[in-house]
Write a protein that binds this ligand. Structure first.
Ligand code: SF4
Length: 356
């Protein structure tokens, strides 16, 4: 197969982008390194449609880097809660502070300098450098990996160094010398809109000519999937301790591990143990309780089966517990706290349930 020359490849993609690209995305309306960075971090492992409302809310509250740096981590997490992968929010916050202190609140402009910042990998650095600063820098997010793996016929799981190197090679080789920002966005859009994971729309693809996967009709084989491991199942009991003033007991989780730094519910392994801990560990006098139907929640490395128990607290004595941050939070104001998605759903259910 005769491959189109590099300028032909990038020109075809840029022409397509001019007509079909997603020019109305909010982070493309007003472009700054800060907005590109936040959007890129939110978009990691998350769909654009999910990110849109989070991005808007985040920008309303933290319109500039300085606002983010000056905020409490707790407030940043509240604006992130529901997007998952909370270490992204903590890194964002840490990096904002670092940029204020070490770079006078300005983003560095080269890929090397950007990559040296916490939480910014090579692809995110490339996106910021190209979109915000018009540097000809390659990116390799999930969408671009798929496009290039199919177009160049690169087999093997992209998580392997040797495969990633080939993909980076093509991402770099195909870069145009002008319109760096548009080209990066065009590649992202092509992967998201045309060269989709399922049923790519090759008939409207600007780089169909020269595409190995199209020629061989092997689109489904690229990129090669990682061999699947069985995801283990874990179970957990979550205790909703509600007092007569319609407040709920929340516990601050440690900064690392599952739901790190978020507020959550007391947890245990069995309903009996949870009720026992409610009394002994958290100092609650309980009347009746109810076990709710189990709920399922999937995290990166395991499925979680949650058994919720709602227990009514008549009296509470501050427990003799050391080093644990507890708070009685009004149920009606639960959105003020950064909560893991399943905990938030349970409290919303509790709020709407008048029969308990
Ligand atoms: Fe993807 Fe099809 Fe375009 Fe090849 S021709 S890059 S498989 S959409």
């Amino acid at each position: 197969m005769v491959r189109p020359l590099t300028p032909v490849f990038s020109q075809a993609i840029l022409n397509w982008y001019d007509q079909q690209g997603r020019h109305d995305l909010p982070w493309r309306q007003t472009i700054s390194a800060y907005r590109v960075w936040v959007s890129e971090i939110m978009l990691q492992q998350t769909q654009v449609t999910t990110v849109l409302p989070y991005f808007q809310r985040f920008m309303q509250r933290f319109p500039e880097l300085a606002n983010l740096a000056a905020a409490d981590e707790e407030e940043v997490l509240v604006h992130w809660a529901g997007l998952g992968y909370y270490s992204r929010a903590r890194n964002l916050h840490r990096t904002a502070r670092h940029l204020m202190q070490a770079y006078q609140g300005q983003f560095p402009q080269t890929v090397t300098q950007l990559q040296a910042l916490p939480g910014i990998g090579r692809s995110t650095a490339g996106a910021i450098a190209s979109i915000a600063f018009q540097q000809p820098a390659p990116i390799l997010d999930g969408n671009v990996k798929r496009v290039l793996a199919r177009w160049a016929g690169i087999a093997g799981w992209p998580g392997k160094n040797a495969v990633a190197e080939q993909l980076w090679h093509w991402a770099t080789t195909l870069l145009p010398t002008t319109r760096a920002a548009d080209y990066t966005q065009a590649m992202m859009d092509l992967g998201a809109m045309v060269c989709t994971r399922q049923q790519p729309q090759c008939n409207r693809c600007p780089i169909q000519q020269g595409c190995v996967a199209f020629r061989d009709q092997t689109q489904a084989l690229y990129p090669t999937k990682k061999l699947k491991k069985m995801i283990p199942q874990k179970s957990l009991v979550l205790l909703l301790l509600r007092d007569a003033r319609q407040r709920i007991l929340l516990i601050k989780r440690p900064p690392t591990g599952i739901w790190g730094g978020l507020w959550s519910l007391p947890e245990s392994t069995t309903p009996e143990a949870a009720l026992h801990e409610g009394k002994i560990r958290y100092g609650c006098e309980l009347t009746h309780h109810q076990i709710w139907p189990k709920v399922q929640h999937t995290l990166t490395h395991f499925h979680l089966e949650i058994t919720p128990i709602i227990a009514h607290v008549t009296r509470w004595q501050p427990p003799l517990m050391e080093n644990t941050k507890l708070i009685w939070q009004p149920i009606s104001q639960h959105e003020d706290k950064a909560l893991p998605a399943p905990v938030k759903r349970l409290i919303q259910q509790l709020k709407g349930n008048t029969h308990d």
